[in-house]
Ligand binder design. Structure first.
Ligand SMILES: [Zn+2]
Length: 547
């Protein structure tokens, strides 16, 4: 099957192509060289249309235990947003935390073709893969959450030179849970919460193990780097959402001493404590620090106004935020001595000083970090807002007058403090293609996507240019997944199974006897039963029967 996509305005930053007319060819699901003689089986004339690689979301809480708790907690989100099935699609529900199948449809309809669940507790790995099996069209991967689990903390506490043991354990965990990367959340803090510590700064000691977040963070970041995993340690640092968190974030950056790292949803860690309300924007300082540290990439975790739900492994800070939950509900729990989970609904309001400032801080990061290859577009779905707000976020970045209109509607003190009005920058389509596709692909070590070069997976989104970027990005003209047309003007027109992306697909590293003993001592199940096999994954996907 040979497909020809003619004369589109191609945005492929990996190859420096900035809106030039190109014709693309696809054979067997991958981009290929123009054929010498063969005639294409299908031709699309894309003259005047914008062509980009399929979108890549590097951080979206779309599967696993906390997503299901979120669906339970915000049940009206499902009652009020039912979606009927179609000729091809299954029924579902939910705007903020949609059901698994709807998540796949909506991402594909937006032009996204690869997404990563960023906070998979090892104990929840099977649930995550089960939901992945139920999520059609898009390719998926996950990050395994370490850094509050008893095995890692005991190993760190027991040895002055734990490097090899940590590397062995990390490799085993990544392979066993079929993960693409490793994430850490509030290093040691979730564990400390179980010992009644209600905050833990970078150099305070965790009461259970006597370890500081700095120590845990640096050891884990080094282990991930030395193992050569494709994505550096994905860091949700200390003091999430707290006034003064910008200072902790700056010290965290220094603590890494140049080790490659990704700082996630940095907006939630970028608040000062100045001013009469004790809450001030820290985006300027953090953007400057990121600009000065080429070892770092970040995603913003932009907050957008409206009802949403926050779901995080950071039990400590979710518990601290309980008074602000709207509606007033919370689930807060420990999970298998590995981490925790805090789920709270939030309704972000323009009229709230704090929410308005959070919104402005996210935009500061986008507008002040110089290199678009080092900042990726996220809302930390659904924590800052559901991923369906991405087209509006793109408009905020591309259209300064729209941004200023929005700025006029938020709390005036927050608007004034943010100094956003003075920021002239407008993203180009080329830069949007970097922060939504090419950059995440590079950071995640995905060589076969995020670009439109020969050999790449033919994941392609085609948009009709419009002055209103929100409209333009809301419903792509065409979305191709592996060369197959799957969505047309926001409607799903074909289904297919997505692929699992994982860092160590070739065999299971062995766990040393001391680590195995440690694992067996702190878990309900034995280590030898834990790894997820190929057969198990195949069974999940075949039983899901999504196509
Ligand atoms: Zn997150």
């Amino acid at each position: 099957m040979l497909l020809e996509l003619k004369h589109g305005r191609v945005y492929d930053p990996t190859h420096g192509i900035d809106g030039e007319p190109r014709t693309l060819h696809v054979r067997n699901g991958r981009l290929c060289a123009p054929p010498r003689t063969a005639r294409p089986d299908q031709v699309y004339n894309l003259r005047g249309l914008v062509v980009m690689p399929g979108g890549i979301d590097p951080h979206t809480h779309m599967a696993g235990g906390k997503s299901n708790l979120g669906r339970l907690l915000l049940h009206e989100d499902h009652r009020d947003h039912p979606v009927a099935g179609g000729r091809l699609t299954r029924p579902g529900s939910g705007h903020v935390v949609p059901t698994a199948a709807l998540t796949g449809y909506r991402y594909a309809a937006l032009g996204y073709t690869t997404c990563f669940e960023p906070a998979m507790l090892p104990a929840n790995a099977r649930q995550v893969h089960l939901e992945f099996g139920d999520m059609p069209i898009i390719d998926k991967g996950c990050y395994v959450l370490l850094g509050n689990d008893d095995v890692l903390l005991e190993t760190l506490a027991a040895s002055r030179h734990p490097g090899q043991a940590i590397r062995d354990y990390v490799a085993w965990m990544v392979a066993a849970t079929r993960a693409q990367a490793v994430k850490i959340v509030n290093p040691g803090g979730i564990n400390a919460f179980k010992y009644n510590q209600r905050s833990l700064d970078l150099d305070e000691r965790n009461r259970g193990y006597g370890l500081s977040p700095r120590h845990i963070l640096v050891e884990l970041a080094r282990a991930v780097h030395e193992l050569g995993l494709p994505h550096p340690l994905h860091i949700h640092g200390c003091n999430l959402g707290a006034p003064g968190s910008v200072d902790t974030s700056l010290r965290t950056i220094t603590a890494l001493e140049g080790i490659p790292a990704h700082l996630t949803h940095l907006q939630f860690h970028a608040y000062g404590n100045a001013g009469k309300r004790g809450f001030s924007p820290g985006g300027h300082q953090l953007a400057a620090a990121v600009n000065n540290h080429p070892n770092l990439t970040i995603d913003a975790g932009q907050l957008m106004f409206g009802q949403t739900l926050t779901a995080s492994g950071d039990t400590m800070h979710q518990y601290a935020a309980r008074e602000h939950a709207r509606p007033r509900r919370m689930i807060c729990m420990d999970i298998e001595c590995e981490a925790g989970c805090g789920v709270l609904p939030f309704r972000y309001r323009e009229a709230s000083f704090v929410n308005a400032l959070q919104w402005a801080v996210g935009l500061q990061l986008y507008l002040l970090i110089d290199d678009p290859w080092r900042i990726f577009m996220t809302t930390d779905h659904p924590n800052g807002g559901p991923f369906t707000v991405y087209p509006k976020l793109i408009r905020l970045l591309m259209d300064r007058s729209f941004r200023e209109q929005q700025l006029a509607e938020i709390h005036p003190e927050a608007a004034a403090m943010s100094e956003l009005r003075g920021l002239q920058r407008e993203y180009s389509l080329y830069e949007i293609a970097i922060i939504t596709r090419a950059g995440p692909a590079r950071s995640l070590g995905l060589q076969d996507r995020g670009h439109l070069g020969r050999g790449a997976v033919a994941d392609i989104a085609v948009y009709r240019p419009q002055r209103d970027a929100e409209r333009m990005f809301s419903a792509p003209e065409y979305v191709f997944k592996n060369g197959q047309l799957v969505a047309r003007r926001g409607r799903i027109v074909a289904l297919r199974d997505g692929q699992l992306l994982e860092a160590l697909p070739d065999g299971m590293p062995k766990l040393s006897r001391p680590l195995e003993r440690r694992y067996n001592d702190s878990h309900a199940g034995a280590a030898h039963n834990f790894p997820i096999s190929n057969d198990e994954l195949a069974e999940i996907n075949s039983q899901a029967g999504i196509c």
